[in-house]
Design a protein around this ligand. Structure first.
Ligand SMILES: Cc1cc2nc3c(=O)[nH]c(=O)nc-3n(C[C@H](O)[C@H](O)[C@H](O)COP(=O)(O)OP(=O)(O)OC[C@H]3O[C@@H](n4cnc5c(N)ncnc54)[C@H](O)[C@@H]3O)c2cc1C
Length: 247
């Protein structure tokens, strides 16, 4: 049975006109980085819920999510309106298996995120596990516009702490931004632009975690398969582990 807790909004940070981070204080169980929760709100007499990945690390005091205000969405526009002190329902127990425990060992860990899926990887990068397990960690964040490249301070700090391990690449698809790849993630791999820029070949030494937009996940998975990699399953370990945010 789902156990819901009342949470209180501490901050609703607006990065752009439709991208935000919500910080919530709630008595919930500790999660594992990579897991998600469900948030619930009463909308027109119905209790409506949606899933959101933790962007906060397990030891962070507040539950933090990054979310997009989906135009004509049922739930996210309501999240966008929340103010400090407002109440929301939060699931006590975190859910999901998109965690580093499920990833086989390897030399390189590639973290591929579209939009709000950056949060799931920030949660992981705030823990010690990936830094102990992998030689190189390549975080690729794909967004539409430069203004969507959020959490720059945190990423700079992670880079400062792990200068030889972390490689951060950005892909901006709808405007030309200096220093960013100007196309979608699957293209960056099929053209080998990403591999060339980081000087790492795609082979079984690399583990790939893909999160966010289902099209990115589908197309990138196909490209990675063409390099001889397979989906990671508990029964049959592989190199590609995915989490879709919608169907
Ligand atoms: C495991 C899991 C984790 C998730 N984590 C996050 C998260 O951390 N942040 C987040 O914003 N959403 C996340 N989602 C999506 C979230 O649950 C909602 O679907 C989203 O907030 C839209 O709800 P809505 O009622 O406003 O839109 P709906 O009326 O339900 O419309 C859904 C449509 O919104 C679009 N959409 C949904 N999510 C996104 C997104 N993240 N970016 C761009 N377009 C989107 C898609 O076109 C989708 O078909 C997650 C979903 C799953 C299954």
């Amino acid at each position: 049975m789902e156990d819901w807790q009342e949470g209180e909004v501490v901050e609703n940070i607006k990065w752009t006109k439709n991208l935000a981070s919500l910080k919530i204080k709630a008595k919930i169980n500790t999660h594992q980085a990579g897991q998600f929760t469900r948030i619930g709100l009463k909308i027109n007499d119905d209790f409506v819920t949606r899933s959101y990945s933790y962007a906060s690390a397990p030891e962070d005091e507040l539950l933090e999510i990054i979310y997009v205000n989906v135009p004509n969405g049922i739930f996210s526009p309501r999240l966008f309106e929340l103010k400090t002190g407002d109440k929301v329902s939060v699931m006590k127990q975190a859910i999901g298996y998109f965690t580093l425990d499920e990833i086989p060992d390897g030399k390189n860990l590639w973290m591929l995120a579209t939009g709000t899926a950056l949060g799931v990887f920030l949660a992981m990068l705030k823990t010690s596990s990936p830094w102990k397990r992998f030689e190189k960690i390549i975080l690729i964040h794909s967004v539409r516009y430069a203004e969507d490249l959020i959490y720059q301070d945190l990423i700079k700090e992670l880079k400062r702490l792990n200068p030889n391990q972390l490689i951060y690449l950005t892909a901006v698809t709808r405007s030309v931004v200096e220093g960013s790849y100007n196309n979608r993630i699957p293209k960056g791999f099929s053209t080998e632009d990403f591999q060339n820029s980081v000087q790492i070949k795609i082979d079984k030494d690399s583990q790939f975690m893909l999160c966010g937009n289902p099209e990115m996940i589908k197309e990138t998975t196909e490209v990675l398969k063409s390099f001889g990699l397979n989906k990671n399953r508990r029964a049959k370990p592989g190199n590609i582990t995915v989490e879709r945010y919608w169907v």
